[in-house]
Design a protein around this ligand. Structure first.
Ligand code: PXL
Length: 276
């Protein structure tokens, strides 16, 4: 594999095993040089903690980009996660235009919602702007809640293949290219990921584990980006990311009180094995 440099743009939640504290080690384990642009610094993530601090780094982004342009710094791909403001979405597009090498991929995890609701601090203005970023992306990695917000289709907890197809068709109409649609379950006790690439639907199904952990979306997206950038096909990368996320959830289930994140570190070796 050729040595590649990727930029990931998402927050630093100082404690909580999500965003950059997850993306950086996983991308490194995938063999990628990883540059970071923190969108915000929080004392913890916002799911389950209260009274967290939030330092918005929007105003730093243009000057960071200008410096990179002056130094002729370029990336083989950009992967975005949790962003700190609506304004940042325009800045991310500027950064991608200015720093992506020819043929580099833009991969967007529209990390803004789960279980039918937007995360604290996000609003419909942010959702509107995120649609614009998703249209520019080569791959978008939404969960069902994010996909429902982005397409304007009502969120459903129980659904069938027809509902998922209606969301994918709407994404196509909007001009979204490829969708890695996570957490799709058509059968009790099972879940999986739909890989919707160039209008073709494929599905990877695996066991559903009942202990849900925060941060698994970030683990999944990071492993997908790492595997894809390392040369796997989108389907293979989606499968590896799913299998690795299952390993992380299993590792976390061993300890009852580990509620705020997933123990992805002890099983990083398994991810490296899967990539061989
Ligand atoms: O895992 C997504 C995420 C990322 N960053 C912050 C979050 C969350 C989910 O709640 O709060 C700050």
């Amino acid at each position: 594999m050729t040595y590649k440099r990727i930029l990931t743009i998402q927050d630093i939640s100082c404690v909580g095993q999500c965003s950059l504290t997850v993306a950086l080690p996983i991308l490194s384990a995938c063999g990628l040089e990883t540059a970071i642009l923190p969108s915000a610094v929080l004392s913890t993530h916002t799911a389950g903690f209260s009274g967290y601090t939030f330092r918005d780094l929007t105003d730093d982004m243009p000057s960071i980009k200008d410096h990179w342009v002056k130094e002729n710094i370029k990336f083989d791909g950009i992967y975005t996660g949790y962003l700190g403001s609506t304004q940042q979405i325009d800045y991310v597009i500027d950064i991608a235009n200015a720093t992506n090498k020819e043929g580099a991929l833009l991969i967007v995890d529209p990390a803004m919602a789960d279980h039918g609701n937007l995360y604290p601090g996000f609003d419909m203005e942010f959702v509107e702007a995120m649609k614009g970023l998703c249209v520019k992306a080569d791959y978008v990695i939404p969960n069902i809640t994010e996909a429902a917000f982005l397409t304007g289709i009502e969120y459903k907890e129980k659904y069938d293949r027809e509902y998922i197809d209606s969301i994918l068709n709407k994404f196509s109409e909007m001009g979204v290219k490829n969708v890695i649609f996570t957490g799709i379950s058509y059968e009790e006790g099972k879940t999986g990921v739909v890989v919707y690439e160039d209008g073709n639907y494929s599905y990877y199904q695996h066991d559903f584990l009942p202990n849900s952990c925060h941060g698994t979306g970030d683990i999944y997206a990071s492993a997908f980006v790492g595997a894809l950038t390392g040369g796997k096909s989108a389907y293979e990368a989606a499968k590896i990311a799913a299998d690795y996320t299952v390993e992380c959830i299993k590792a976390t289930a061993e300890e009852e009180n580990h509620w705020y994140g997933a123990k992805f570190e002890p099983v990083l070796g398994k991810l490296i094995e899967m990539l061989r």
